[in-house]
Design a protein around this ligand. Structure first.
Ligand code: MSP
Length: 644
């Protein structure tokens, strides 16, 4: 039977500031996907972007563009970063893909029809100026986390998912499947902190903003972004469509790799949705630790963000991938430091691996005219090397299956160090001096190379460029004897081929010098990125401005909004046309003061409903602190006149 393997990363929030921490999840998933392909699996490796929600809507608004336009630009950058890191995903899902949106609607409808989703009211702290509901936990000092103003308790109609109904089944599932959530400590956290204390039903729709997938049977509501997002793991496979071969082939996922802060969504909410849909649960969720910077969370405001680009520009992707997966224990937090990174390049890559390759190839050049010799005379130490070389693959496989990348690498490095030791023990330079030791010398050189062949296979999922370079240098550039089965075979490296020395794969670094270089590169990278942004953001073209249709409009009627204290509903005369506009100016103007006044209307703004009342445009105002004044024209002019 065909062996399949389905591995996913979380789908990323569109951000043009993906740092080293973000790349960690994806590099780990990529390495696992590569390993599984190497060991004969048909792999589906899914990644993508999580593009809906109020935050995105607001960011796009700040930039004066549509949310879709905003996310399109950023998703392009994310894909570019994955390309730079040579991430071998098989499918990139965007939650704005039509297919995804349609399937999420089908899922929502199905759960509604079977009674797992029901309509009720959401009650909680509400910030009127921001039009946002918050949870008690999200408040900062009891105030709105966005604008810092007082909040009121308000009620909004919303749909709920019956999460509570699945509590007992989830507990049972956790108990019966100890492998489901790794590492084990996260499992206890979920059981003791969330499942046992009891689950509340989950609010899965919002009406306070628009940017999301509409509830199919009630389009004033958009589906909660986390409900929309977790479904990506099956929508990407064509679940509930006619084209569902991938779903049949790959579901349930073998592993969802996620950061520790989103484990709850993946091991409680997502499984409950799957239970409600009556389909199998993923086999494993791995909640990895965070990469911190000197034990602190990386953040732009703290100025301690490490970006991957300067690191890979200077030291290549293999060094970065190696470091991230070797230095940190995958389940735990770890602290990134440039110095540690550079020191590891020196010790593990330049000293251990790089030296082994260059010494071996240089000796074949020197003692055998650059031709891979045939082994002719076994001797002391050979069996020890051979046994270790041919048994490492098995150990690596065990560790990889447990997503223990660090230990897998450590096993490979044991072999690298052992092979280096073999050089010291057999002393080829001494053998070369004695005529009758030529056979033994050939064998030693061959054994070194054959061990390197095995090493090149073992490191391949982590460092493909380095592995390619070893193949080229050993004269096996089409990869003879390098399938996974070949890791446990000895003596299959082709002989008689020409070896080709290349310049050192990992030149030794002067750490202090490199630290300065790196600091500068990071600074320049940030400057360039910010500079690009400023260029983009500071100017609009006249064509951009022409897109905005500004008109003089006369207020003919003004009333208080029936459902919101801060809003007024204005009836405007715009030439021969009438317009209704809802405006957040109730605190600054009494309705009667406005009648007869001329205001400036953005006439081609897409109509929206603001707390249930349609607004067909927006009136302009200047505001600073507590003061607000409506913009108008200096002299009397006919309403409807275009402002240019
Ligand atoms: N959009 C959600 C996931 C939805 S999945 C259905 C999300 N996106 S994210 O962009 O914020 O995070 C993407 C991944 O990057 C997560 O796995 C997160 O844990 C990881 N990391 C972000 N910063 C990190 C570190 N500093 N260290 C390690 N990984 C962290 O969450």
């Amino acid at each position: 039977m065909e062996k399949t393997f389905y591995v996913t990363t979380p789908i990323y929030y569109p951000s043009d500031n993906l740092h080293i921490g973000h790349t960690y999840t994806t590099i780990a998933a990529d390495t696992l996907a590569r390993f599984k392909r190497l060991t004969g699996y048909h792999v589906k490796f899914l990644t993508g972007t999580d593009e809906h929600g109020q935050k995105i809507e607001l960011k796009a608004k700040e930039k004066g563009i549509k949310p879709k336009e905003y996310v399109d630009g950023i998703v392009k950058n994310i894909k570019e970063l994955w390309e730079k890191l040579d991430i071998t995903y098989d499918y990139f899902i965007r939650t704005t893909d039509d297919k995804h949106e349609e399937i999420v609607q089908k899922i929502f409808q199905k759960l509604y029809e079977q009674g797992d989703i029901y309509k009720s009211h959401y009650e909680g702290p509400y910030c009127t100026p921001c039009e946002s509901f918050w949870t008690e936990n999200q408040l900062v000092d009891g105030k709105c986390p966005d604008c810092g103003r007082e909040v009121q308790i308000a009620k909004e109609e919303a749909y709920f998912f019956k999460l509570s109904k699945y509590q007992d089944r989830l507990i049972k599932f956790f108990e019966e499947n100890p492998e489901f959530l790794q590492p084990g400590s996260r499992r206890n956290e979920m059981i003791n902190n969330f499942l046992k204390p009891g689950l509340d039903d989950l609010c899965v729709s919002r009406t306070s903003f628009d940017w999301g997938i509409k509830v199919p049977f009630d389009p004033d509501h958009v589906i909660y972004v986390w409900f929309d997002a977790v479904c990506n793991y099956i929508t990407a496979l064509g679940y509930l469509t006619d084209n569902d071969e991938d779903y049949k082939k790959y579901w349930p996922a073998n592993v969802h790799i996620v950061g520790k802060e989103i484990v709850r969504f993946h091991t409680i909410i997502w499984p409950a949705i799957l239970m409600a849909l009556g389909i199998e649960l993923p086999k494993k969720v791995f909640g990895h630790g965070w990469i911190l910077f000197e034990n602190d969370k990386m953040s732009k405001s703290k100025g301690n963000v490490i970006y991957p680009e300067p690191l890979i520009e200077l030291y290549g992707i293999d060094s970065l991938k190696y470091f991230l997966l070797r230095e940190f224990s995958f389940g735990q937090d770890g602290s990134f430091s440039r110095e540690k990174f550079l020191r590891r390049i020196n010790s593990d890559l330049a000293n251990d691996l790089g030296n082994l390759v260059s010494r071996t190839v240089a000796m074949i050049d020197k003692y055998n005219g650059g031709i891979m010799p045939e082994p002719k005379a076994d001797g002391e130490y050979d069996d020890e090397l051979k046994d270790m070389a041919t048994s490492t693959g098995y150990k690596v496989e065990q560790f990889m299956n447990d997503l223990n990348f660090g230990e897998a690498i450590e096993e490979i490095w044991k072999l690298i160090r052992r092979t280096n030791k073999y050089i010291d023990q057999t002393m080829p330079w001494v053998l070369a001096k004695e005529e009758d030791k030529k056979d033994r010398l050939d064998t030693v050189l061959y054994n070194l190379s054959d061990s390197l062949r095995i090493i090149s296979i073992l490191i391949r999922p982590f460092m493909e460029n380095t592995s390619d370079s070893i193949w080229r240098q050993l004269g096996i550039d089409s990869g003879q004897g390098t399938s996974w089965d070949d890791v446990s075979k000895w003596g299959i490296l082709p002989t008689g081929v020409k070896v080709r020395r290349e310049k050192p794969m990992f030149p030794r670094l002067d750490v202090n010098k490199e630290l300065k270089k790196l600091d500068k590169a990071n600074e320049e990278f940030i400057k360039q990125r910010e500079g690009n942004k400023e260029e983009k953001e500071d100017y609009i073209t006249i064509d951009d401005f022409d897109k905005v249709d500004l008109r003089v409009a006369r207020v003919v009627e003004a009333k208080k909004h029936p459902n919101a204290d801060r809003l007024l509903v204005l009836q405007l005369e715009v030439g021969d046309e009438k317009r209704q506009v809802v405006s957040g100016i109730a605190k600054y103007y009494k309705p009667e003061e406005l009648v007869g006044k001329d205001v400036i209307l953005v006439a081609n703004l897409k109509p929206v409903k603001l707390r249930g009342v349609e607004s067909q445009g927006m009136v302009l105002a200047a505001s600073k602190g507590k003061k607000l004044t409506l913009a108008t024209v200096m002299d009397e002019i006919k309403s409807g006149t275009k402002i240019t």
